[in-house]
Design a protein around this ligand. Structure first.
Ligand code: PLP
Length: 456
């Protein structure tokens, strides 16, 4: 077997701004120890997110120039609609400017006070949009998904028995729909098996509850299904994606992930009534239904990007880069979520820094040290992002303390990965010196984006 190479060559370069450790120490202090508040130019390797950070292909750049900026019924819209319909098979297709716009309008039309929305794991914006409407966002991840070290496939699966119990406990009336997130971003970027989606659908169908797929990484999930699930080896990624969407009544999408674009999203559904309500809200909040907050050129780029994400060679390369990192961490005994996910590696900050209690935010300690040591920007998915306050106003930690290294698509090369591994190893060797943090300012919603920290 030869080395799996990047299935592209570089035609345009973007310089990385290299700054010293002292400059990084200052930059982080000025950002109140919250890496979301850093200047991107001060980050040598930016793994904050894989969202909207990918590199476009020559085909996409060429398509951009074909953008038809007509207000209504543009050519670019037709191409977008055709590509999304081919993949999802949905009757109604609505572009949105990004995923959370689709979620916000969906929650507006479908969620009311006291409603229960089950999911394998809600992403933070999905949860926030549901809670903003007074709904309750429930995570029903399978047992295997909660075990960070079980090296088994499809750890994004939902616990179907718990779903059944939830329906019995709260009654069908309180559950307007159920969601499933592919891949499960919050729980390690772990994939969901087709068998699980089918089983979830089977339970929901008995009770007449619709299924909405949060489909941000539908192509990465399709690759896992092809590689690891029986009966799919001979199917194309497109066919697998089509089967997955066939079980859904609707889907939300952030095209900043598997749209291989820098902005965009969609909401698609089969139900005419939902479509009418969604269309009305879309016009009010995003734009006319044939552009939905996007420029014609964005729609062009997306029509190409969705299909490129389903290219098998691209997915082979993408997964190879992430597995490479996993193999190294394994060799060095550095704690991470196993197996590696489809878009990211998640370090286990609780195991990495056992001397820092959850409410001193071990994840923030690790994130900030990776930045100071190597200029690597990562993100905490732990008690800052997912902690909550109970009825007495006491802060409750998240069950997991993870640090996500999310990989932008088609951006970093092998030597960048080798550099990241050197930095992580150095931080691991000096982990005893890392401190916890406390929060000195926090807003009401999505606090991780803008809160301030102080080192303990
Ligand atoms: C990114 C993401 C969203 C939100 O999409 P945006 O484009 O960032 O608004 C929703 N769900 C999941 C699983 C995501 O990864």
């Amino acid at each position: 077997m030869h080395t799996i190479i990047e299935p592209f060559r570089i035609k345009m370069t973007e310089p990385i701004h290299l700054i010293s450790k002292e400059e990084r120490i200052n930059a982080l202090a000025n950002a109140h120890y919250n890496v979301f508040l850093l200047d991107a130019d001060d980050c040598c390797i930016d793994l904050l997110t894989d969202s909207g950070t990918g590199a476009m292909s020559t085909q996409q750049w060429a398509a951009l120039m074909l953008g038809d900026e007509s207000y209504a019924g543009s050519r670019s819209w037709k191409k977008f609609e055709k590509a999304v319909r081919q993949i999802t098979g949905m009757k109604h297709i609505f572009p949105t400017h990004q995923g959370r716009a689709a979620e916000s309008l969906m929650a507006h039309i479908l969620v009311k006070e006291g409603d229960i929305i089950p999911n394998n794991s809600h992403f933070d914006t999905t949860r926030a949009n549901i809670e903003f409407r007074g709904g309750i966002a429930l995570n029903l991840l399978s047992e295997k998904g909660m075990d960070l070290t079980a090296n088994v496939p499809f750890k994004g699966d939902m616990d179907v028995d718990k779903l059944q119990q939830t329906i019995e406990e709260y009654s069908v009336e309180r559950i307007p729909f159920c969601m499933i997130t592919v891949t499960n971003n919050t729980g390690g970027g772990q994939p969901v098996s087709m068998a699980n989606i089918r089983a979830v659908k089977h339970v929901l169908q008995k009770h007449g509850i619709p299924l909405i797929i949060d489909s941000c990484r539908f192509a990465e999930n399709a690759y896992f299904v092809k590689q690891e699930e029986e009966g799919y080896a001979e199917k194309s990624l497109l066919e697998i994606a089509q089967e997955m969407f066939s079980y859904a009544d609707a889907a939300t999408m952030s095209a900043k992930k598997d749209g291989l674009a820098n902005i965009g999203g969609f909401f698609v559904c089969q139900n005419d009534k939902w479509a009418e309500q969604f269309r009305n809200m879309l016009i009010l909040r995003e734009g006319f239904p044939t552009y939905g907050g996007l420029a014609g050129r964005d729609l062009e780029v997306l029509a190409v990007g969705f299909m490129e994400a389903l290219d098998y060679d691209y997915q082979v390369y993408r997964h190879a880069t992430i597995s490479y990192m996993g193999r190294f961490l394994e060799q060095k005994g550095i704690p991470y979520v196993k197996p590696v996910g489809g878009h990211a590696v998640f370090l286990d900050a609780r195991e990495f820094l056992p001397h820092i209690p959850p409410l001193h935010y071990p994840g923030i300690g690790l994130v900030n040290t990776l930045y100071i040591e190597g200029g690597i920007r990562s993100v905490e998915l732990g008690s800052v992002m997912f902690g909550h306050f109970d009825a007495n106003g006491d802060e409750q930690p998240s069950p997991l303390e993870l640090v996500r290294l999310a990989f932008p698509r088609r951006v970093y090369t092998q030597s960048h990965f080798d550099y990241m591994l050197e930095v992580i190893e150095k931080v691991w060797q000096e982990r005893d010196k890392i401190h916890g943090y406390r929060i000195t300012y926090q807003p009401e919603f999505l606090r991780h984006f803008s809160c301030y920290f102080e080192e303990l």
